[in-house]
Design a protein. Structure first.
Length: 116
């Protein structure tokens, strides 16, 4: 059975590239263009992994992580931040909130696949 990965990214080109690489690597990929949509998809589809940008309009990645952590149905889903926020403090903040990994942009697709 294919593992399902939810990609939450407001930049369509980046989201498409990630989804394509994951699909070619054998994953089922769900996509969301913002945090609000991502939360909805996560709660409805219960993916095996969530990859989320941080800086997005409406609900940012921190809000997404908080929302999925609050639900008993999604609070054990592994969560990876993928962000241009790349300072040591930014990474510590993301990990401190409970993310399982933190990948900075620009990123290498092999690095992302290894994290997945």
């Amino acid at each position: 059975m294919k593992k399902t990965v939810l990609v939450i990214e407001d930049e369509p080109d980046i989201r498409y590239d990630i989804a394509k690489a994951l699909g070619l690597s054998g994953y089922n990929v769900l996509q969301a263009g913002n945090g609000t949509e991502g939360i909805k998809v996560a709660l409805e589809e219960l993916p095996d992994l969530i990859i989320s940008d941080i800086m997005m309009p409406v609900v940012d990645g921190y809000g997404v992580l908080e929302a999925v952590q609050k639900s008993n149905n999604t609070n054990t889903i592994p969560f990876i931040f993928l962000s241009a926020k790349s300072s040591r403090g930014d990474i510590r903040d993301g990990m401190g909130l409970g993310a399982d990994d933190y990948i900075t942009k620009p990123f290498d697709i092999d690095e992302l696949l290894a994290a997945v």
